[in-house]
Design a binder for this molecule. Structure first.
Ligand code: NAP
Length: 282
């Protein structure tokens, strides 16, 4: 069997087009959706991510406001800026690019963002809403994965699903979303015994680890749907996922590529969240 490719880039394109249409409708009524992005310091990867987010906004008719702050910015200054953005009615979403410099407490920064502008879905109120099934913003990566699974026709109710990784931004919210979709969910992590015994049971396997090509074909159940969240560099510097694409595609029924799978969907879901934040205000 050669797995079908789940094309995240194409799905993200169509989502962006839908966002653009709805953003234009809001703008026509005099309420353009606005996203504020704060970058502290000059980390190269963070600068690229922020540039992409601003570009995505431009292409989708969302007004973006980028605030670049120098590395030594005191935490109190950053918190004051966030409070000002919380009070600004033209701003519907606030995103502080992580990681932050070591002298700033990222948790305190995230908790200062108003939950109704928390378009990254990292605020404890958003996490609590997800946990208890209340409306709230979903973290963009697991939200995008759920869209990819729907697009791939995954039947989640009652299915064995395995998430490898338990971070607050991917693994844990991913597991909760799968549970909400009535899947049977197993979460694996660095202390799990016999990882392969778990992954081989999965009808849907989601890898969010950060280790290049660690999920190999022999770890995958024939016919499984495999979603690769990982974004790593291999020993030659090439971008690759947590999944060994070549061996897994011979076993799985469907698989996301890296690049072109989860990454573009994460970007698209930020636009969706920002638009929804703006629509909720109207
Ligand atoms: P993270 O915070 O470092 O978490 C990694 C998780 O993997 C941890 O829970 C860790 O377990 C687990 N883990 C580590 N080694 C393991 C092993 N040998 N076996 C099983 N589990 C193991 O990473 P993250 O932020 O969730 O990101 C994960 C990957 O996704 C990274 O490659 C990141 O770049 C990528 N990512 C991509 C996107 C995108 O848009 N495509 C978005 C976010 C992240 P412990 O908890 O026990 O340490």
């Amino acid at each position: 069997m050669t797995a079908a490719l789940i094309d995240g880039a194409a799905l993200a394109r169509s989502l962006r087009a839908q966002v653009a249409e709805r953003a234009a409708a809001l703008t026509a009524r005099g309420h353009p959706p606005g996203l504020a992005v704060i970058l502290v310091g000059s980390d190269a990867a963070s600068s690229v991510y922020v540039r992409n987010k601003v570009k995505d906004c431009e292409e989708s008719g969302i007004r973006s406001v980028l605030q670049r702050l120098p590395e030594p910015t005191p935490e109190t200054d950053l918190l004051a800026r966030i409070r000002a953005l919380n009070a600004d009615p033209s701003i519907h979403g606030i995103l502080v690019q992580l990681p932050l410099p070591a002298h700033i407490d990222a948790r305190r920064v995230i908790e200062t963002i108003s939950p109704d502008k928390d378009v990254d879905g990292f605020h404890v109120a958003s996490a609590g809403a997800l946990m208890t099934g209340q409306p709230g913003f979903l973290p963009c990566t697991p939200y995008g994965v759920m869209r990819l699974l729907a697009h791939a026709g995954a039947r989640l109710a009652g299915a064995e699903t395995v998430v490898v990784g338990r971070s607050n931004i991917v693994g844990k919210p991913q597991a909760l979303l799968l549970l909400q979709a009535d899947a049977t969910v197993t979460i694996c992590h660095s202390r799990s015994h016999n990882l392969v015994a778990h992954t081989r049971r999965a009808d849907v396997l989601i890898a969010a680890v950060g280790r290049a090509r660690m999920i190999t074909g022999d770890m995958v159940k024939p016919g499984a749907i495999v979603i690769d969240v990982g974004m790593n560099r291999d020993e030659t510097g090439k971008l690759c996922g947590d999944v060994d694409f070549d061996s897994v595609r011979e076993v799985a029924s469907a698989i996301t590529p890296v690049p072109g799978g989860v990454g573009p969907m994460t970007r698209a879901m930020l636009l969706v969240n920002t638009l929804e934040a703006a629509e909720r205000k109207r």
